[in-house]
Ligand binder design. Structure first.
Ligand SMILES: O=C(O)C[C@@H](Cc1ccccc1)C(=O)SCC(=O)c1ccccc1
Ligand SMILES: [Zn+2]
Length: 157
């Protein structure tokens, strides 16, 4: 795997909507997922979206782990979601700290839905639908915002 450059706030790619992945099995897609994971881990993040590494495709990786701000966050195997769609989210929201690999040195409380249902393709091309809550749901909302060109400061009320 390769470490990829991370786009910083101001790069136009971060303000654009990304395109759906057509062929999940394409070698370039599989390599990209591996490189996104390596980049995420090297950056010590809990999530990453393809536009953040200058690729306008609807691919995110969710990798919750306990951290100083969320000590009870679940430790999960990093999960790649291709063409993720939040198909339901709770109306009840809660505020929580967020940061962004593309907005360095910024931390702010953001209101997010507490629970959601997401439909996505796995990197093997399997169609999945899953429910998430709490910090993992927060990460998914943050990453899906990246796919629509939205950065978390735009969500700060
Ligand atoms: O820019 C990204 O998508 C990565 C971002 C994901 C994220 C963090 C916190 C809430 C929602 C989404 C990060 O991983 S920032 C670095 C980090 O690990 C962290 C920052 C603040 C709170 C908790 C974790
Ligand atoms: Zn971010």
């Amino acid at each position: 795997s390769r470490l990829l450059p991370i786009a910083q706030q101001g790069e136009i790619i971060l303000q654009q909507a990304a395109h759906a992945v057509v062929d999940v099995h394409a070698p370039a897609i599989q390599t990209l997922i591996d490189d996104m994971l390596a980049t995420l881990l090297a950056a010590n993040g809990v999530g990453i979206a393809a536009p953040q590494v200058f690729v306008p495709l609807r691919i995110i990786i969710v990798a919750s782990r306990p951290n100083p701000r969320y000590p009870d966050a679940p430790l999960m195997q990093p999960l790649a979601m291709l063409n993720p769609e939040i198909c339901w989210q709770s109306t009840d929201t809660y505020s929580g700290w967020e940061g962004c690999l593309s907005v360095p040195d910024a931390r702010a409380p953001v209101n997010r839905a507490n629970r959601l249902q997401v439909r996505y393709l796995t990197r093997e091309g399997e169609r999945m639908e899953a429910d998430y809550a709490g910090f993992v749901a927060r990460i998914i909302q943050h990453e899906c915002d990246h796919l629509d060109g939205i950065l978390f400061p735009e969500r700060v009320e």
